[in-house]
Design a protein around this ligand. Sequence first.
Ligand code: HAM
Length: 423
Amino acid sequence: MPPIAQRPRGTQDLLPADQPYWAAMSGTAKDLAERFGYLPIETPTFEATELFVRAVGEASDIVSKEMFTFKDRGDRSLTLRPEGTAPIVRAYFDAGMQLEPQPVRLYYLGPYFRSERPQRGRYHEFRQFGIEAIGDASPLLDIEAIVLGWKWFGGLDVGGIQLQLNSIGDEVCRPAYRQLLRDYYRPHLAELSVESRMRFEKNPLRLFDSKEPQDQELKQKAPRIVDHLCQPCAQAFQAVKDGLAAEEIPFSLNPELVRGLDYYTRTVFEYQHERLGGAQNALGGGGRYDGLAAALGYRATPGIGFAIGLDRTAMVLKERKPLAPPPPDVWALAVDPKDELYVFHLAGTLRERGLRVVVDPGAARLDAKLRKAAKRGARVALLVGPEERERGEAVVRDMRLKTQVSVAEREVVPTVTQTLSAG
Ligand code: HAM
């Protein structure tokens, strides 16, 4: 019979050999976020579909073609979360966090779901590390978010990150700019790609996202939002640029960076990586979303945050430096299977000292078992043969020096500890 099922398209198994990368990414995230005063939050993996439609925007790629949406038994439409910001803003108000001292700083690690065509660095299920600071419009929080993300990549020693920065204005200056952009493009509609023509109608800012060759020339000459910011937006943008310069974080201004989610206002940014070409070159991105709470029906409340794609970062990390799962300290085995409970007991006394101890079960030739221990990288082997068992002893073998001593049961812990620290 063939196996019952295969791994679903666009998903990954994160195997033991992958885990050291994931442990490094989440460990660095927790440590760094907490040092900046961000606290962990987890929200459900699915939410009411309407939450994402309203937050991310009906015309966005995410909502129009990438959501995993299903009905529950009560005929309510639910969606596997494609992103984390809208759920966190919902949770902020659900939990009454608007009544706490502001801003509320939150961070999260977890799986997200988008039904994009799978390819290298693009999955149906992927994981993010993200932060959100909600309840304060100060550009200092934009700087803080960008610096935190930058330091996360630095802490993991991911080189080759390019930070791209833009401001896309707010509801004061953007409507007039949108008009200007439409006026610019209107005489050229026939020259545009089909997708760009749709964007012209629904969200002209996203015309800058086009990768179609036929759109490039018009795009290059199009009016740029940074030249049309209102005074408060321009001031905030200047403060962010000054802050990053003061922190010595290198960035490039990219007037074409508009991001694919509708909730952004003012600062938007992306961490891109040279090695991930094409559409998948963003390792992470974020920005300010001062209009999001109101769009969801809550009191107007500013916010800023980012999310970093961990699957993509893991790809870069793997190419950069190999990490291996920690080897066991001790490989414990009985020559005769009837002694293995005794060995299991000895292993327990070693584990109580915090050591990693693997008990190798069942009958096999001693040399085969020792080869297995060496292959797994164990530093010490603990062996019990019939004579040792009779005398209440065990053999402690230094796997590196290939020397061994026979010791009484009560000497097992000190001898193993000594052998481990001698290396
Ligand atoms: P985003 O740019 O849509 O932003 O996603 C952030 C990161 O998630 C991307 O840069 C990418 O590394 C990763 N990512 C996205 N889609 C996929 C995929 N299909 N497969 C693998 N990785 C993927 C957001 O999600 C916003 N919520 C960020 C944010 C937080 N803005 C403000 N606060």
